[in-house]
Design a binder for this molecule. Structure first.
Ligand code: T46
Length: 132
């Protein structure tokens, strides 16, 4: 089973110029991107996520602010990440329960392998654990 992993994007530029980082299929995005979405203005007491996906693959970037992530496999293996700079991302394979906390200024950008389909979500934790 594939595991969530940190992606370090190249930072092209210099402190005096500013930077650009690039997410590109066949380079650092391991799927064809079918959908892009972003979340913002999440109050910092709110936990988002609390679901898993059957098939969706994602690359997630915090383009502003700080976002902490916890991913849990069906077997209970836990992966934690903090995205605190725009040059970092996470590859998220299918099959991981996720929990996310945000600084209020955080903007989460997600590149996704599939169109939106609520049937791809598992939103009940007990149902998720029973998939084992
Ligand atoms: C994920 C994390 C990182 C749509 O109508 N279309 C869409 O493409 C998406 C992503 C969501 N929605 C609707 C479904 C819900 O009524 O937007 C509402 C909020 O979605 P959700 O509660 O799933 O939001 P998050 O922030 O918990 O999760 C989202 C993604 O859904 C999910 O795939 O991994 O961002």
């Amino acid at each position: 089973m594939k595991k969530p992993q940190l992606i370090q994007f190249k930072q092209i530029g210099a402190p005096t110029l500013g930077y650009i980082s690039v997410a590109e299929v066949e380079d650092n995005v391991p799927f064809e991107i079918k959908r892009v979405y972003w979340t913002y203005f999440t109050p910092n007491h709110v936990e988002r996520g609390n679901h898993s996906h059957h098939a969706l693959e994602q690359v997630i970037i915090s383009v502003a602010g700080i976002i902490s992530f916890e991913f849990e496999s069906i077997d209970g293996e836990v992966f934690e990440f903090v995205l605190d700079e725009p040059s970092k991302g996470i590859y998220v394979p299918p099959g991981y329960w996720r929990r996310m906390k945000f600084s209020h200024n955080a903007v989460l950008l997600c590149m996704a392998s599939e169109l939106y389909d609520e049937k791809d979500y598992i939103r009940d934790y007990e149902t998720f654990k029973k998939l084992k």
